[in-house]
Structure formats: structure tokens, C-alpha cells
Design a binder for this molecule. Structure first.
Ligand SMILES: [Zn+2]
Length: 376
């Protein structure tokens, strides 16, 4: 399922590994060529570590498709020349697909989804990005609209979903909704694909109780046939990680949010029961540009992670994020695993598309700073 992508001139046949609008030699049209049957034609074993590749030794294998196009791939596993390389999709709850972004968001997003066995479209689809902080997507604080654009292209063009059945939903607890999404580019993407944007604060909320926790949750999430959670991956000084769990917070009512946010420790425990109180949801983790260091807002710094994750289980998703970026244990994820809601033991999680050890690296930890007022 690995994809080799080339942009090829329809006239002279010249090829590029990145998108080109028209041929720079003859001005002719460019077509995208994607192949996925590849063999190993060479390998290099690397023994010298560097910050992006700290675990050694690792291999860089050279893959070649039937057209002679080549692509290097990092792997811990040893291959021989002539071996077929393939990633086998896994639709189990303990699988996470991780795809490296190579210029083309659509290819990375659709490959990640397909590696988890694909999506069953319901009558309606609810997409939940993280638009909680107004900002341009290159700052890493909100879900990249290019990821939403790619997801919509996959759902509508590939899977035949009707635009009118798709809703992008979010809310903001601190400022007017329209203002919070205005810079992100999301409005333009929604317009392009003719899908609705829903302010969750204007929806009906229903009460749910689980253990000691009471929530008011937007009815919209229960009405949807398919919920796709699309968090941007960020470090968080309070929660450790903003990932699959944190992004679901904005399905709660403002009243519920305020009740828990006044007590961060209680809030962290409340997050753990999310897999029980919400209907099943699919998580597409946007780690194209995320946040590292003292996230999840202005004190963090953009992290150019270039990854797209996909998982059916939020515990598995957030554990994968924690493990890839060598972050500290996330209490609510651990607790959710103890409650039986998912696998938080990395050795039992199936990493599809890229091996964990081949992805692992340090990013800046969310340890706070004396220069940050209350948040530290
Ligand atoms: Zn040409």
C-alpha cells in the first residue's frame, strides 16, 4: 500500500517528485501518477544517530515500482534486494496507521485511512477539526485546512459521500465562533466542497453520566452516522497532549467545560471516560504542522512533524503520539486504558505504514516556564 507519487508531463514525459502546475520545458499539462507495487532494489544501514533519527542502526531501503520510479523508506527491519515491500491494512481497534506527508495531503490522508481498513460512511458525516485557537494553520495551533480538504476529497470523490450529508463542527468557549475560524482557511475549504460548518454551541445538548462524571454533550455527535475526529497534534502544559481526547472536549456544553476546567486534575480524569460517553469515532490525527514545547497555544512553537495518523481507538491514537514524540505518560490515556477502553501498551499496538522505532524522536516537552504566568 506504500505509494510512490510522480507528477509527469503529458508531452515530454519528464517527472517531478513534487507537484508542478505545468511543465517548465514545454508548458504542457501535468498528470499525477501513483503506484503501489514496489520492490526493494537497494539498502543502506545507518549506524550514526542524529536528532531526527536517534535510534540506530536503521535501514533506508530503496523501493522501485513497475515504472522504475524510486522512493527511499526508513525501516528498522532488514530487507534483501528483490523483496516485495508492502504495508498490510489493519482494521483492528489496536492499530494505528502513520503515513509520512510527501507534498500531497490527499495521498497521505487517504493512505492513512485505507491502512486502517477504510471508513463505513453513515447517512451523515460529522468532521471535528480543532479550531479552538484562531490562527493560520502554519502556526500549528489548529487543524490544517489542507487535511480537511484532503479528507473531503476522499469522502466525496472517492467514497461517493454527498456534500449535503457532511458537516464540519466545532465551537469556541472563549470568543465568537466566526472570529475563531476566520483565519484558519476552513471557511474556504467548506465552501469549495459545499459542506456545512456547524457551531456546536448552538446545538441541543443531552446529559450523560459515567462514574462520577456528568456531561452535557452536543446531540449532533449522537445523530451523526460517522464521526471523524481531526485533532491537530500538540503538546499541552496541562493535559500533556492535545490529540484524540482533547479535541472531543468541544462537543461538551460550555457549562460542562467550565465545571471541569476550574479543576484541571478532575478534568484529566473526566477525559478518560470519553470513549464510553461518546459514540465510536474515528481519529485522523493531523501532525502535518503541530505544536511542541509549551503548547497548546501561543507559548508553544510549531513542530514540522509531517505525519498523518489514523486510528479507530483514541487510546491507541494518543499513545502512538506520545510514543513517537517521546512525551511523558498522559494520565487520562493511561486511565482510559485501565478502564478497558483501549490499548496503551505500545508493544501491543500495531503500527501500520511506519514502525514506531523508525519514527521515534524527541520534540520539546511541555514543561512550562517561569516566564509564563499562571500556566507554568
Ligand atoms: Zn514537458
Amino acid at each position: 500500500m506504500v505509494r510512490i507519487i510522480r507528477w509527469k508531463c503529458s508531452k515530454c514525459g519528464r517527472k517531478w517528485i513534487h507537484p508542478v502546475e505545468k511543465c517548465i520545458y514545454d508548458g504542457e499539462k501535468i498528470a499525477k501518477v501513483v503506484t503501489n507495487k514496489v520492490k526493494v532494489v537497494g539498502f543502506t544501514k545507518i549506524f550514526i544517530p542524529n536528532p531526527l533519527h536517534p535510534i540506530v542502526p536503521y535501514n533506508v531501503i530503496m523501493l522501485e515500482d513497475e515504472l522504475g520510479n524510486r522512493m527511499p523508506k526508513k525501516t528498522m527491519k532488514d530487507y534483501n534486494i528483490g523483496d516485495v515491500y508492502q504495508d498490510i491494512p489493519d482494521s483492528s481497534d489496536s492499530a494505528v496507521a502513520i503515513v509520512k506527508l510527501k507534498y500531497d495531503f490527499y495521498e497521505a490522508v487517504s493512505e492513512a485511512i485505507e491502512l486502517t481498513g477504510g471508513l463505513k460512511l453513515g447517512k451523515s458525516i460529522l468532521i471535528k477539526p480543532n479550531m479552538s485557537i484562531p490562527g493560520h494553520s502554519y502556526l500549528g495551533m489548529c487543524t490544517n485546512p489542507k487535511v480537511i480538504d484532503a479528507l473531503l476529497q476522499y469522502l466525496i470523490k472517492d467514497k461517493g459521500a454527498k456534500p449535503e450529508s457532511i458537516t464540519i463542527a466545532e465551537q469556541n468557549f472563549f470568543m465568537p465562533f466566526e472570529e475563531s475560524i476566520s483565519k484558519s482557511g476552513l471557511v474556504e475549504v467548506a465552501k469549495k466542497h459545499k459542506v456545512k460548518i456547524l457551531d456546536l454551541s448552538k446545538t441541543e445538548f443531552i446529559k450523560k453520566k459515567e462514574r462520577d462524571f456528568e456531561f452535557e454533550i452536543s446531540k449532533a455527535v449522537f445523530d451523526a452516522g460517522l464521526v471523524i475526529n481531526v485533532p491537530v497534534i500538540k503538546t499541552d502544559m496541562v493535559l500533556g497532549i492535545d490529540g484524540a481526547f482533547e479535541n472531543m472536549i468541544r462537543f461538551l456544553s460550555k457549562k460542562t467545560f467550565e465545571k471541569y476546567s476550574s479543576d484541571p486534575q478532575k478534568a484529566a480524569l473526566a477525559l478518560a471516560v470519553f470513549p464510553k460517553v461518546f459514540p465510536p469515532f474515528f481519529t485522523l490525527g493531523d501532525a502535518s504542522i503541530g505544536l511542541q514545547g509549551n503548547g497548546p497555544a501561543n507559548y508553544g512553537e510549531p513542530g514540522f512533524f509531517n505525519l498523518i495518523l489514523a486510528a479507530r481507538n483514541p487510546v491507541v491514537h494518543d499513545t502512538a503520539v506520545k510514543e513517537i514524540f517521546c512525551l511523558r505518560k498522559v494520565p487520562y490515556v493511561e486511565l482510559a486504558a485501565q478502564l478497558g477502553y483501549g490499548q496503551s501498551d505500545a508493544s501491543r499496538i500495531k503500527f501500520i505504514g511506519n514502525e514506531l522505532e523508525a519514527l521515534r524522536r524527541d520534540i520539546k516537552q511541555p514543561i512550562g516556564s517561569k516566564l509564563i504566568g499562571k500556566a507554568a
